[in-house]
Design a protein around this ligand. Structure first.
Ligand SMILES: Cc1ncc(C[n+]2csc(CCOP(=O)(O)OP(=O)(O)O)c2C)c(N)n1
Length: 196
């Protein structure tokens, strides 16, 4: 398929709530800079959640490290389109290493929303699911709507990964802001993963 499919524009907080509601096995969730981790924070304080601060584009590389370190645990990376575009090479690394337990969820609002909503290249036709497939991630799909998002997520959590789910989202701001203490965030996450 070429061109971004005309999928429904959903809402990041709503999708994040749906995602968290489907986690029953202490899955790790690594959320990227700004809005993805703000909305994850707003869904509750699972100790297996990691709220990344400042390092744009590093949700996928960090989630990859967690997935490789704990292959029995399912790991989800939550990332914005601008952040994923900044770190596209990580998709090829993930495709090469094939972590069976890793799923990437990219929230595509076609903007660097948090720094002033400058348009990203997805506003001009760049298709992140197609790019991911081109990088070697065969299980890369757009979610048509909320029900499809839930179905793709359930499948991703059950099947051999890696997987990527892309969702087009609206431009509503995040619902909260994360506490900004990296030591507290790291410590809680390590305890959540049973390594401290
Ligand atoms: C290397 C680097 N460049 C720029 C920034 C500033 N910055 C922080 S968040 C952000 C935009 C993130 O966009 P996206 O991932 O699409 O998330 P959104 O804000 O749209 O939810 C930018 C440019 C940064 N933190 N690090």
């Amino acid at each position: 398929m070429t061109g971004i499919p005309n999928t429904k524009r959903m809402n990041r907080f709503d999708l994040t709530q749906r995602l968290v509601a489907r986690l029953h096995n202490d899955e790790a969730v690594v959320a990227g800079i700004g809005n993805t981790n703000f909305d994850l924070w707003a869904t509750g304080r699972r100790p297996q959640n990691f709220y990344m601060l400042g390092s744009m584009g590093l949700a996928c590389p960090i989630a990859l490290g967690v997935a490789l370190a704990q292959p029995q645990r399912r790991v989800i990376a939550l990332e914005g389109d601008g952040s994923l575009l900044m770190q596209l090479g990580s998709l090829t690394t993930i495709a090469m290493l094939k972590p069976a337990n890793l799923t990437i969820v990219v929230m595509d609002n076609s903007a660097y929303q948090i720094t002033g909503a400058q348009p990203t290249t997805t506003a001009h036709g760049a298709d992140l699911a197609a790019i991911a497939r081109g990088a070697g991630l065969a299980n890369s799909n757009w979610a048509d709507d909320e029900a499809d998002f839930e179905q793709l997520l359930d499948a991703a959590l059950a099947q051999v990964g890696p997987n990527l789910i892309a969702a087009r989202i609206d431009s509503k701001p995040a619902t909260a802001t994360t506490e900004r203490d990296p030591f507290v965030i790291r410590d809680r996450f390590m305890r959540g993963l049973g390594v401290r």
